[in-house]
Design a protein around this ligand. Structure first.
Ligand SMILES: [Zn+2]
Ligand SMILES: [Zn+2]
Length: 346
């Protein structure tokens, strides 16, 4: 018997929900969940804003806990280990993407941690707003002891979502990096960008976040409600990472890139944005996107965070406060990630 919190219908409040997980198979790990981060995509799916939600829906894909049982064939994990689970719990394991360690781009069936189906195409997956989860060992992350579990939980989505593209595009020393938006993703993009050696400028319309941006590692803060900002910073940046999931245009940020500059989208607005060709054509700029990261790279990120003392800024809440947390998240009233303490389920 697994206890959790679920949305029972689109937009309904979160309420206690009891369900069952599969038996621990030979290659499975049973994890007692200690903390689970609250991601914007939890809210999108609870409210069925992507038109693909199935209810009851137990969200949560930033999961950290303790291994309490392992299958007979499991070697990589032992009872008592600290373990993490991110946005997916299985994939086909045979396609080109899976074989390249890019399971998130599986061409056959990436099994998301919640609101998805197992590879049988029928069994629903339920996420980390619950007390336990059973996951195949190949899709479980080792959580380094140096990381505090509540501050590490958001690394499993917000962290890897920003780490992966900054690594892929080689952002580092000598680069000027713009970070658009200072929320859950944005605050991790600042930390990684600065730790990789880039000079980070934060773009935000919230002037009151200026001091936080600098504290998190940014060298500069650019207020986007001031129209002069976009004139002054034209052709300044090598890279811009855009973390905003509210609708907005990309053109004025593209104009801030140098020739051959790259703008990376990781925020996911519900509707398409208009895009003119000229900002791209005139300076051979690139507009690219990126989705979370594979298991190998997520482990690499966790180890990097342990070594360089990188973690999320979090506000820990009991699970009974999830609805209020969603409301506050919509207003941007969180610095910078809510994390549920699953002890509160008891
Ligand atoms: Zn997420
Ligand atoms: Zn695959």
């Amino acid at each position: 018997m697994t206890r959790g919190y679920a949305a029972m219908a689109p937009g309904s409040s979160m309420e206690p929900f009891i369900f069952s997980r599969r038996e621990v198979g030979p290659h499975d790990v049973l994890i007692q969940i200690r903390y689970c981060g609250i991601c914007h995509s939890d809210l999108h799916q609870v409210r069925d804003e992507w038109d693909e939600s199935v209810f009851p829906l137990v969200p949560g894909h930033e999961i950290v806990g303790t291994v309490t049982q392992v299958g007979s064939e499991v070697n990589a994990f032992h009872v008592g280990d600290s373990a993490g689970v991110g946005c997916f719990v299985d994939s086909c394991r045979t396609c080109h993407s899976c074989r390249s360690g890019l399971e998130q781009y599986c061409e056959v069936h990436c099994v998301y941690t919640y609101n998805s189906t197992e590879k049988d195409g029928r069994t629903r997956t339920y996420g980390g707003y619950s007390d336990r989860i059973v996951v195949n060992e190949q899709y479980v992350l080792r959580m380094p002891d140096q990381l505090s579990p509540e501050r590490a939980a958001p690394l499993l989505c917000a962290g890897i979502t920003t780490y992966s593209p900054l690594r892929h595009w080689g952002v580092g020393h000598g680069h000027k990096l713009g970070v658009v938006g200072l929320g859950g993703l944005g605050h991790m993009a600042i930390k990684f960008g600065a730790t990789f050696g880039a000079e980070v400028t934060v773009f935000s319309h919230s002037e009151h976040k200026r001091a936080d941006a600098i504290r998190l590692g940014a060298a500069h803060f650019a207020g986007t409600s001031n129209p002069k900002t976009f004139k002054e910073l034209e052709r300044r940046f090598d890279f811009i990472i855009d973390t905003v999931s509210a609708e907005h245009g990309y053109g004025r940020y593209l104009e801030l890139l140098k020739t051959d500059g790259t703008m990376i989208l990781v925020g996911a607005p519900d509707r398409p944005a208009p895009l003119g060709a000229f900002p791209l054509i005139m300076r051979r700029r690139r507009l690219v996107g990126s989705l979370i990261g594979g298991i190998r790279e997520t482990q690499e990120m966790l180890d990097f965070c342990a070594k360089h003392d990188v973690a999320s800024d979090v506000e820990v809440i009991p699970i009974q406060h999830v609805d209020q947390a969603y409301e506050r998240m919509l207003k941007g009233d969180v610095r910078y990630r809510f994390v549920i303490d699953l002890n509160s389920l008891q």
